[in-house]
Design a protein around this ligand. Sequence first.
Ligand SMILES: Nc1ncnc2c1ncn2[C@@H]1O[C@H](COP(=O)(O)OP(=O)(O)OP(=O)(O)O)[C@@H](O)[C@H]1O
Length: 235
Amino acid sequence: MLQIENLHSHYGTSHIIQGLSFSAGAGEIIGIFGRNGVGKTTLLKTIAGWVKPSEGQILLKGRSLGGLSPDRICLSGVGLVPEDRRIFPGLTVEENLKLGLLQVRGRSHKTERAAIDGIYERFPRLGERRRQLGTTLSGGEQQMLAMARILVGEPVVALVDEPSEGLAPMIVAEVFAIVRELRDRGALVLLVEQNVHEALSVTDRFFVIERGQIILSGHSEDDADRQKLLATLAV
Ligand SMILES: Nc1ncnc2c1ncn2[C@@H]1O[C@H](COP(=O)(O)OP(=O)(O)OP(=O)(O)O)[C@@H](O)[C@H]1O
């Protein structure tokens, strides 16, 4: 469903993604691992259109996303949960959630309301705080809000950047439960994580990036692949 072919991206003269290729299907969770600064976030931002690729192809269901604006890519069903969560200042929890609805065109007001109410049922803490400014939530609640916002948008591809960073173990478990939910609803999830051991419990496959290229790939349930991964990352 998603095909990346010989992808390159730059920041100015810094060559960050250096000829990266892979393909992945609907209903998969793919872990993207690697040391700090190897280009994991840049890969997600390039797929989402926040960084323009300098070479190569990004195909979603056979259609090229390369060169499209971030909003067009978003409307094609690609949702990004960035590392800094992007909870919009000045907007309430509900207004932040409603932004997620913009990703799906043509739903009736009633269906949209049901989607938001479904989120409040699933995350009662967000429901209790629906009229509160999103930025006044705790770090864990903001991550829930960022994940819930992508969930209501029914993404085809969900790009999730280091969602567990700085969160308590109970919240991390909840965040990973949402990642599974996205997959169970049929999305392809690309999950960038430093927390490799935890991430392996949700991912189906993984890639390790080094200097903007994939240097190792494997299946999360395969013992030999896991050993190679842990040895490569030295964790
Ligand atoms: N906006 C930018 N302008 C210039 N260089 C950047 C920019 N954003 C990131 N970089 C650089 O690009 C390289 C890759 O960064 P990136 O954030 O993609 O790495 P990462 O693998 O996600 O690392 P981390 O785990 O630390 O987030 C780094 O050397 C970083 O300093």
